[in-house]
Design a protein around this ligand. Structure first.
Ligand SMILES: Nc1ncnc2c1ncn2[C@@H]1O[C@H](COP(=O)(O)OP(=O)(O)OP(=O)(O)O)[C@@H](O)[C@H]1O
Length: 289
């Protein structure tokens, strides 16, 4: 792990990408003519209503699926499949339960052919950065949710990826743990100078973490807005009370609400929506997004 290397890495470009899935003769258009960019060393989030194609875009960059139209590039080269240059973290912790924390972190390095001593030293250094060194010999089921996700992040970082792809990584955590994880992630991101593409449903989280937030429309997902986040670094929890932060929250909430209503309207029909609006009120509708 080259923690001392401060050259920003990983330029992701999604250019005019559309994705269609065919299931039992029925075609679903998950994303439509999406273009977005993560510059080297940038932290970029995508938010949008459920089912708008966020995970699909992340999976394209991960190399798990191919676009139907358009192209996805990493450092100017077409993405043809998964690779060690991209680390992926999902909401589910997906650790190997039969391996200790350190062995989990070492796994990718072993695949890359690193010797035992090098693996152990790289894993221990990363575990130290996240306060997990004293748990290196624990098994995943002996850890809390937040600790498991820290191990998941460390494992994805162990192979020195240029890009981290994170699909709602903190979605299953309580709000306190989530706040701590956000700070740990921003610290690691700043130290390692890599690019991050981050998916979340949490508007405050997207603002707190990112240089730029893309807002997607309801399915088929298109880019509705690209919002730069002009908050200084390092970000601190106190910033969330600042007028700039709060104005961004209002702006993004308004954009998302329009799309969430469109998404639910498509599924429920207007009669269902009226009923829900009556039952929950306007704020309740937001909570359902
Ligand atoms: N492998 C697949 N086969 C068929 N349809 C799929 C597949 N993957 C995704 N879809 C469909 O594509 C659309 C977009 O899904 P995707 O998971 O990308 O949305 P999302 O924005 O990440 O949703 P959420 O916020 O709920 O996680 C959905 O309608 C989904 O059902």
């Amino acid at each position: 792990m080259s923690a001392g290397d401060t050259t920003p890495k990983g330029h992701v470009q999604i250019r005019d990408v559309s994705v269609r899935f065919g299931v039992k003769g029925q075609t679903t258009e998950a994303a439509s003519r999406v273009s977005l960019e993560v510059k080297p060393g940038e932290f970029v989030s995508i938010i949008g209503p459920s089912g708008c194609g966020k995970s699909t875009l992340l999976n394209i960059v991960a190399g798990f699926i191919r676009p139907s139209d358009g192209e996805a590039l990493l450092d100017g080269r077409p993405i043809g499949g998964p690779g060690a240059d991209r680390g992926v973290v999902f909401q589910q912790y997906s650790l190997f339960p039969w391996m200790t924390v350190r062995k989990n972190v070492e796994f990718g390095l072993k695949m890359q052919g690193l010797g035992q001593n090098q693996r152990a030293s790289a894993a221990r250094s990363l575990l130290g950065m996240t306060g997990l060194l004293s748990f290196e010999n624990h098994y995943p089921d002996q850890l809390s949710g937040g600790m498991k996700q820290r191990v998941g992040i460390v494992r994805a970082l162990a192979t020195s990826p240029q890009v981290m792809l994170m699909d709602e990584p903190f979605g299953a955590l309580d709000s306190q743990t989530r706040a701590v994880m956000q700070e740990i992630l921003t610290n690691m991101w700043q130290q390692l100078q890599l690019s991050v593409l981050f998916i979340t449903h949490d508007i405050e989280e997207a603002i707190f973490l990112s240089e730029k937030v893309y807002v997607m429309t309801a399915r088929p997902g298109r880019i509705k807005a690209e919002i730069p986040i002009p908050l200084p670094r390092p970000r601190t929890p106190e910033m969330t009370a600042s007028p700039t932060f709060q104005a961004l929250v209002r702006q993004l909430k308004a954009l998302i609400r329009e799309e969430s209503l469109a998404a639910m309207g498509g599924e429920l029909g207007s009669g269902g929506l009226q009923g829900m609006d009556h039952h929950f009120g306007r704020d309740g509708m937001k909570a359902l997004t």
